[in-house]
Design a protein around this ligand. Structure first.
Ligand SMILES: *Cc1c(COP(=O)(O)O)cnc(C)c1O
Length: 410
């Protein structure tokens, strides 16, 4: 018997999380084996109502028949060829994204962090192409989240996530508060390339950038020749009831990162830009082995098919409104637990008084999945196509969970 096989036997446990998975997450001890629309079914046969949506990814719920069909059909034809060749489905998705946005150019990648990292590179390259290589710094915001690569971590400046990883990637000038236009203006200098932010900070606690603030940023960028870079990885793709969160402010950015819901659960990301902003991204400046492969693109195109169906976004907006009204009712019932209802459309959050983790746990007890966020917020992000009945059921479960929390807090 070899040492290897002996080790295998001793670690073969029957229950509980496997020690073989690196312990970077404090996971809930539940395993899901099936999904149906807004519901997840665990290996123990329990049905959970999903207001986490895999962190705003499963925007069309689980096992959507059209996504399953698109994936399986493409799987039988072609998965991957690399970007050494033209990819028809990628060209199709890029053209559709341009038609749906301010953008003229799209680069496909596989995650939100990659999309933000690419957007940062593009912003720097723009000024380099203009003969201003010294303009490479981005103004960014605390409480933001742009991903877990070294540059995106530095761009959000979250000390907890940066600890132990050495010197921070340079090139970011952090503003304390989203909304502080005067501080942004003060931070603009001869090396500034652009301003990067989430129009609605999601991980940071559903902090909505006001229309006035976003317009102010646009004006500052125009005035100083800066690129406005929006990270719509979480707040984009219909989540707010508009296809893009920037539409609310009646302005457009020059660059935008997207991911999460665009693949409906298949890993897809992209960064988009105007032709002018993208002018530095010439052959050889960026790349991705997997980005935009036929399998991923088939699914993303199917997601767009569903989201561009007439009435889809209006439905999200209407559900968002109804949900907010129901949540306002819950706040009246539980002023001891809920401090504030936040958000736009179905990107909603409850700022709570007891620890947010306790509320998430109590919801879990009622078989309702929610996600914690910064600023002691509990995020509620149902699939965008959740039925009215399931939304009502979610509120009923939430109400029961809040009663449990209120009782234990006393
Ligand atoms: C989730 C998220 C990211 C990072 O996406 P990953 O796919 O986890 O790399 C970046 N920006 C925002 C706004 C996000 O919500």
């Amino acid at each position: 018997m070899t040492a290897t096989s002996a080790k295998k036997t001793s670690s073969a446990k029957t229950s509980g999380p496997s020690p073989a998975v690196m312990g970077t997450y404090a996971r809930q001890d539940v395993v899901f084996e099936r999904g149906e629309g807004s519901w997840l079914i665990s290996t123990t046969g329990d049905r959970y109502l999903d207001l986490a949506s895999g962190i705003a990814v499963n925007a069309l719920g689980h096992a959507h028949p059209k996504l399953v069909a698109a994936l399986t059909e493409q799987a039988g034809k072609l998965w991957h060829t690399s970007n050494l060749y033209r990819v028809k489905e990628q060209e199709k998705l890029a053209e559709r994204l341009c038609a749906l946005t301010f953008a003229d150019k799209v680069f496909m990648c596989n995650s939100g962090a990659e999309a933000c990292e690419g957007a940062i590179k593009l912003a720097r390259r723009y000024h380099f192409a203009n003969g201003n290589p010294e303009r490479w710094r981005l103004i960014t915001f605390k409480s933001a989240f742009h991903g877990r690569t070294l540059a995106t971590l530095a761009s959000a400046g979250n000390d907890k996530y940066l600890e132990g990883f050495g010197e921070r990637a340079p090139g970011f000038d952090l503003i304390d508060q989203i909304g502080d236009l005067a501080a942004v203006e003060k931070a603009i200098g001869p090396e500034t390339a652009g301003i990067m932010l989430e129009p609605i900070q999601a991980e940071g606690g559903i902090r909505v950038g006001s229309t006035e603030f976003l317009r102010g940023l646009r004006a500052l960028c125009d005035q100083h020749g800066l690129l406005l870079v929006f990270d719509e990885v979480q707040c984009g793709m219909g989540r707010t009831g508009k296809m893009w969160a920037y539409e609310r402010a009646g302005i457009t950015p020059d660059v935008m990162a997207i991911a999460k819901a665009i693949g409906g659960g298949f890993p897809v990301g992209a960064f988009l830009a105007t032709e002018e902003a993208a002018k530095g991204m010439v052959p050889g400046t960026h790349g991705s082995t997997f980005g935009g492969n036929p399998l991923a693109m088939a699914v993303a195109n199917a997601v767009l098919d569903a989201m561009t169906e007439p009435g889809f976004l209006d439905g999200v907006a209407a559900k968002g409104l109804r949900f907010k009204q129901l949540l306002a009712g819950l706040k009246d019932e539980h002023p001891d637990v809920i401090e504030e209802v936040r958000g736009e459309g179905l990107l909603t959050g409850l700022r709570v008084k007891p620890p947010a983790a306790d509320v998430v746990k109590a919801c879990m007890g009622e078989k309702l999945l929610t996600v914690g966020a910064g600023d002691n917020v509990v995020r509620l992000m149902p699939p965008l196509n959740i039925s009215d009945e399931d939304l009502g059921e979610a509120v009923a479960r939430l109400s029961r969970a809040l009663k449990v929390v209120a009782k234990t807090a006393v």
